[in-house]
Write a protein that binds this ligand. Structure first.
Ligand code: AMP
Ligand code: MG
Length: 312
């Protein structure tokens, strides 16, 4: 028997209700990183499973305190507020997240770019005012962006231009999900599924199943769905169902087109893109990148990531 256990804007999970005798499904949701994270674990010791899930949320909260550009107290915000041209000491976790992000930026030719912070900030202002930025504001934001302008070593980051700001919104949820998974496995709970409104990371399959049944959005504005069976793999959808807006008759995305510094517009982007990868961070970054790139460019990018594929 199949039951819908969680419905989110972009990802729907269907799980078997009838499981092995003593095995129970434990499910906990918490708001995190601007979305809702849900963790499901099958276990014959539900109390310990609950504890393990709480530990995984604690790990994600810690990552949020490091990686979030929205939390004024985060380590990333301190780096954003630091002067340019001066080495800023970064923790091992931030250094690893930035190095990973720069690698996706280089390989995607900047389609995914963690240094688009100034453009993302400006675009948020446009979104709230429903007004395009001025040429001057846009030129300034674009001059302060660009992954080649961040110089990273294992312990320091140097912003080489004034106004530079990092934004890990296109990969942070994935990094958090991977961190949560490590914790669940360490605690002895490998049968898990972690999901947000756009990302899913599945551990071992539920008892008696081949994997976790996951449905994801395929249509930008229509409620079209496709489903897959996921086990020990991640899925990420980059789309705009709740995030697009119109200025002057043009529909814009919340995803920045690095070539213009503005949100993607309909002719230069695909509708929702879904990527399956071995890690949630990779799925998250590549989904954002493939959203920016044309289908042909996406195909070329994915040849560099043999473990990943575009499933929509
Ligand atoms: P996602 O939903 O994973 O595609 O990520 C969207 C978020 O990533 C946005 O809200 C921004 O914070 C950030 N972002 C927007 N455009 C880009 C881009 N081209 N590269 C990297 N991050 C981006
Ligand atoms: Mg993403």
């Amino acid at each position: 028997m199949t039951a819908v256990l969680a419905i989110s804007a972009a990802v729907y999970l269907f799980l078997p209700r009838a499981c092995q005798d003593k095995t129970e499904l434990v499910e906990i949701s918490r708001p995190l990183m601007g979305t809702l994270f849900t963790v499901k674990v099958y276990s014959d010791s539900p109390d310990q499973a609950r504890e393990a899930i709480e530990k995984s949320f604690a790990a994600a909260n810690r990552l949020q305190k490091i990686l979030s550009a929205h939390d004024a107290e985060s380590e990333l915000s301190s780096l954003n507020d630091a002067p340019y041209g001066v080495p800023f000491h970064v923790s091992g976790e931030l250094s690893r997240a930035l190095a990973l992000s720069l690698d996706y930026a280089e390989k995607s030719g900047g389609a995914f770019d963690p240094t688009l912070g100034p453009c993302i900030r400006l675009w948020k202002k446009s979104r709230s005012r429903l007004e395009l930025p001025s040429r001057e504001e846009l030129d300034k934001a674009r001059a302060a962006s660009g992954y080649g302008k961040l110089v990273l070593s294992s312990q320091t980051a140097v912003k080489s231009v004034p106004g530079m700001r990092l934004d890990l919104g296109g990969i942070g949820k994935g990094i958090a999900a991977d961190g949560m998974a490590v914790r669940l496995v360490q605690e002895g709970f490998p049968v898990f599924c972690i999901s947000t409104t756009s990302d899913v990371l599945a551990g071992d399959p539920p008892p008696g199943r081949d994997g976790w049944h996951v449905a994801f959005d395929t249509g930008e504005h229509r409620r079209e769905k496709q489903s897959v069976i996921l086990s020990r793999a991640a899925l990420s959808t980059s789309g705009d169902r709740h995030q697009s807006f119109t200025i002057g008759g043009t529909l814009y995305s919340h995803i920045i087109n690095p070539k213009t510094g503005l949100g993607l517009t309909s002719p230069d982007n695909n509708s929702a893109v879904t990527i399956m990868s071995p890690t949630a961070a990779e799925a998250d970054a590549l989904a954002t990148a493939c959203r920016v790139l044309s289908p042909l460019e996406s195909k070329k990018l994915l040849t560099r990531f043999p473990g990943s594929k575009k499933i929509h």
